[in-house]
Design a protein around this ligand. Sequence first.
Ligand code: GSH
Length: 177
Amino acid sequence: MTYSIAIGDRTYSSWSLRGWLLFAKFDIPVDVVTARLYSPEFTDVLKKFGGGRLVPAVRFDAPSGPVIVTDTLAIAETLTERHPDKTMWPQNPAARGFARSITAEMHSGFGALRNDCAMNLHHCYKGFTPSDPVLADVARVEKIWSEARSRWGTSGPWLLVNTPSQMPFTPRSRRGC
Ligand SMILES: N[C@@H](CCC(=O)N[C@@H](CS)C(=O)NCC(=O)O)C(=O)O
């Protein structure tokens, strides 16, 4: 199965980075089509990915015909469904519930942070005074991250782990109850 993904510049477009990261992290081959945001070329590229307005957008061929999936969360769920061997969500149901919840919260929330702190991985902004809503968003991010670390015991680069050997709990069957 061959995937193509249309994205913007990963330095400036966090949505693009997120859509692409899933393929990279889980070693799923994908043809990356990069287009500059807000350029005429961008619209032309998107025409080949269903004609929507936003990136990331993914295209692949299924036995029933071509499939287009847009929106990072929809792409994540599609890849999870098509690659169960990759165990993209944590295997522990409680960790998985937590992971889904914070993913959805990240996807739909943090408006103040997004508006006031656009992503630019080439630049460090000095002298920025965050507003109260931005500070509240940052406090919430810190709470989520520390909860993930303290409940699921990870110290590596990922907030949650997905291999059984790293799960900080004893599966019910092994406890004999
Ligand atoms: N909720 C969408 C958001 C996608 C999004 O906002 N993409 C931006 C990339 S930074 C975009 O395509 N902007 C182009 C535009 O607004 O015309 C997702 O998860 O994929």
